[in-house]
Design a protein around this ligand. Structure first.
Ligand code: ASP
Length: 414
C-alpha cells in the first residue's frame, strides 16, 4: 500500500464510520438496505482469512529456519501475550472494584442467548480436544481457526526438518502468501464503503439500545471503555516504546486502517489480513516476526476481551448482590485470561466464552442476558484493542527476539 493512497483510504474509512453512525441513526431504513454492501466487504475479508492463516503461519515458521532452534521467539511471544493480557485483566478488575457499576442496577435480563447456552455445555476439556483437528478441511470450512493454526505450526515446523524435499512446498506457500496479501490490498480500496455500510446498518439495527448506551448501563460501559482506553492508550504504547523501540503515535496512525476495520467488523480474524499488511508494509516490522506473531495473536492474544470479561463478570456479580472476595477475584483473573485465549477472533466470541468465568465463580448464566444488548458496541471496542495488542506484539518480538541468529530465509513481501 503506497503512502498517499493509504492515507486516502484511512480518511475514507473514518469518514465512512462517522457518516455511517450518524446516517444509521437518522435514516435507519435506508442504511438497513445498505447492509448487503457491508456483508460483501466482510465476506471479502473472510474469503482470504483461511488461506492467509495457513500460508502465513507455515511461511512464518519455515522462514525462521530449523524449528529445533525456535525456542527464543516462541517463548518471548507467549510471554508477551500472557503479560499484556494479565495487565489488562488487572486494569479491568481494579476499575470495576472502584467504580462498582453493577450496584443499583435493578433490572435483570432473564434470557440466555442461544450461542451462549450452547457453549455452556462445553467444558475446558472439549476446548482442549478441539485444538487438534480431526479434519482440517472441516475446520477450514467452519472458520475454526485455532486447530488450523495448530496444524500449520506443526506442518511448517516439520517442513524445516526435511531438507531439500521441503523446499518446493515452502516456495509454494510463499507464493500463496504473497498473492493473498496482494488480494488484501485490492480489498482495502473498498474499505471506506464497507465501513460505511457496516457501521450504518449496525447502528440502525440497534437504535433502541443506543438509549441504553446513554443511560442505565452507562457506568458499566464507561468502566469497560475506560479500561480499554488505559490499556490501549497508555500501557501498550509504553510497552511499544520501551521494548519495540517504535514511536507509538506514528505506529498507531499507520495501523489506522486495521483498527477502523476491527471496529467495524468486530472480528480480529477478519481484520488479520490488514493487520499483517500494515505492520509489515507501513510500520516496517520484520516479516518473520509478523507472520509468526500476528496470526497466532489474532486468535489467542485478546487483551480487550480479557479485560471485558473480568469487568462483565464482576458487574454481573454486583447486580446479583454476590460479593466476590479476593480469592474469587483471582479465579476471575485466571479464567478471564484463559477464556480470552479460547475465544475465536469473531464477533461476540468473548461474551460466549464468558460462561467459563461465570461458571468458575458460580454466577448465573442469565446475567449475560443483560449485557448482551450492548455487546454489539463493546465487542467493537474490545476487538480494536485486541488488534492493537497484536500489532504492538509484532514490534516487540521483532525487536527483542533473536531473529538474526536463526537460520533464516529473509523474505521480501510482495
Ligand atoms: N470479537 C472479538 C475479536 O474478534 C472477540 C470477542 O468477542 O471478544 O477479537
Amino acid at each position: 500500500m503506497k503512502g498517499k493512497s493509504g492515507n486516502y483510504i484511512l480518511a475514507g474509512m473514518i469518514a465512512g464510520a462517522v457518516l455511517g453512525a450518524v446516517g444509521g441513526y437518522l435514516w435507519g431504513d435506508f442504511f438497513l438496505s445498505l447492509e448487503f454492501i457491508g456483508t460483501i466487504f466482510l465476506n471479502a475479508l473472510k474469503m482470504v482469512v483461511i488461506p492467509l492463516i495457513i500460508a502465513s503461519m507455515i511461511v512464518g515458521v519455515t522462514s525462521l529456519g530449523d524449528v529445533r532452534k525456535l525456542g527464543g521467539i516462541t517463548w518471548k511471544t507467549i510471554l508477551y501475550y500472557l503479560v499484556t493480557t494479565s495487565i489488562s485483566v488487572l486494569i479491568g478488575l481494579i476499575l470495576v472494584n472502584i467504580i462498582r457499576p453493577g450496584i443499583g442496577v435493578g433490572s435483570i435480563g432473564s434470557f440466555i442467548p442461544e450461542i451462549v447456552a450452547e457453549s455452556g455445555k462445553k467444558t475446558l476439556i472439549d476446548v482442549l480436544v478441539g485444538l487438534i483437528p480431526a479434519n482440517i478441511i472441516q475446520a477450514a470450512s467452519e472458520t475454526n481457526v485455532l486447530p488450523l493454526i495448530v496444524f500449520s505450526l506443526l506442518f511448517g515446523g516439520v517442513l524445516t526438518t526435511i531438507g531439500e524435499k521441503g523446499r518446493p512446498v515452502i516456495a509454494f506457500f510463499e507464493g500463496l502468501n504473497a498473492a493473498i496479501m496482494k488480494l488484501v490490498i485490492i480489498i482495502l480500496y473498498f474499505a471506506p464503503v464497507g465501513v460505511l455500510a457496516l457501521i450504518g446498518s449496525i447502528v440502525a439495527q440497534n437504535r433502541s439500545s443506543l438509549d441504553q448506551l446513554a443511560s442505565g448501563m452507562g457506568f458499566y460501559i464507561l468502566t469497560v471503555i475506560l479500561g480499554l482506553f488505559i490499556h490501549g492508550v497508555i500501557i501498550l504504547p509504553i510497552i511499544l516504546k520501551i521494548f519495540g523501540k517504535k514511536h507509538p503515535g506514528t505506529y498507531f496512525i499507520n495501523m489506522g486502517q486495521a483498527l477502523a476495520t476491527a471496529f467495524s467488523t468486530a472480528s480480529s480474524s477478519a481484520t488479520l489480513p490488514l493487520t499483517m499488511e500494515l505492520v509489515v508494509e507501513k510500520n516496517r516490522i520484520d516479516n518473520r516476526a509478523a507472520s509468526f506473531v500476528l496470526p497466532l495473536g489474532a486468535t489467542i492474544n485478546m487483551d480487550g476481551t480479557a479485560l471485558y470479561e473480568a469487568v462483565a463478570a464482576l458487574f454481573i456479580a454486583q447486580i446479583y448482590g454476590v460479593e466476590l472476595g479476593a480469592g474469587q477475584q483471582v479465579i476471575v483473573f485466571l479464567t478471564a485470561t484463559l477464556a480470552s485465549i479460547g475465544a475465536a477472533g469473531i464477533p461476540h466470541a468473548g461474551t460466549v466464552t464468558m460462561v467459563f468465568v461465570l461458571a468458575a465463580v458460580g454466577l448465573p448464566l442469565e446475567g449475560i442476558g443483560l449485557i448482551w444488548a450492548i455487546d454489539w458496541f463493546l465487542d467493537r471496542c474490545r476487538t480494536t484493542v485486541n488488534v492493537w495488542g497484536d500489532a504492538v506484539g509484532a514490534a516487540v518480538i521483532a525487536e527483542t527476539a533473536e531473529l538474526d541468529g536463526l537460520d533464516v530465509q529473509r523474505r521480501t513481501s510482495a
